[in-house]
Design a protein around this ligand. Sequence first.
Ligand SMILES: [Zn+2]
Length: 332
Amino acid sequence: MDHIKFKYCVWCFKDISKVGFSREHIIPSSIGGLIYSDHILCTKCNNDFGTEIDSNALKHREIIELAHEFGLISDTSKYLTKSHDINIEAEGNTIKGYLKNGKVYPIPQQVSDDHIIVPDDITKETITKLVKRDNRLKHLSDSEKENEIEILLKKYAEIAHGNFIHSKKLGLLLKKGITGDKINFRSKSVNDPLVPLVLKIFYEWLSIIAYDDFFRSEKIFPALRESILSKEAKSGISVIRLEEKRDKRSFHCVIIEFDANSTICLISLFSKITYQVFAPPLELSFLDFHRKANKLDSLCGIHIEENFHDSKKTILFIDDSGKRINSNIEAN
Ligand SMILES: [Zn+2]
């Protein structure tokens, strides 16, 4: 968006002539974001956002799996860390889990009453690992351990989900776990690493579309900054994750709608991860500016789509009837 040239960084407001700007992808390029500006963020703020917001979003398991599915990253292990960001509620326990191909799996782990939950699909792997690293079993030879594991696996195959088996020799109490659809899972609502990203995308688009009406606003501007800094929605801002899947949408989509009472932003990543942000209203004189410049009867929002498969970027205005109209905002 080279035609919009800010003199100041939209985050720290330092003069461009003193600090220097760098290329900012509004949706990170690492997840297929196409639209960028060389004139909104100074190099320092861009780097800070990169380390504090964008890279944390890339640790989100759903994002990694989707980026992998869409061919953006070939090796997911590069991004996966030992800290798993999904909590699973299974059989009355809250345990750590991970997502793979849209299914949820518990990570083998000890829970409160000392038994170990074992995911069904990787039972043998799990038990073998547990036995190998158990120092108390040094007195057993490898073949003795293997025998014992075979016996245990046979029993394991026969019991129903939710039941226990015990191996005296190996000192293991195992509970046959459940996987996939039978598990209720929730991402941690606090510290959701996608919330700061969603708020940052919203902030940058408001800077671009609403200019001074945004920077001078007494409610939405300070509230969004505070929320981005504290990494959670604050002061009249609320962020909700929508359950519905919006597969018909293009790859990445941002819709912002303005009215006298509120500013509402919908951000959909990979057509699957959708957040809605509710925020205080803005002075709407910038809408008049765009309306006149584009000879429109009415204008109440903006609809942005980015689809890296065909490199298509679309920025449309939304009129009062919900119709999408070509805008004069160019995307690069
Ligand atoms: Zn800056």
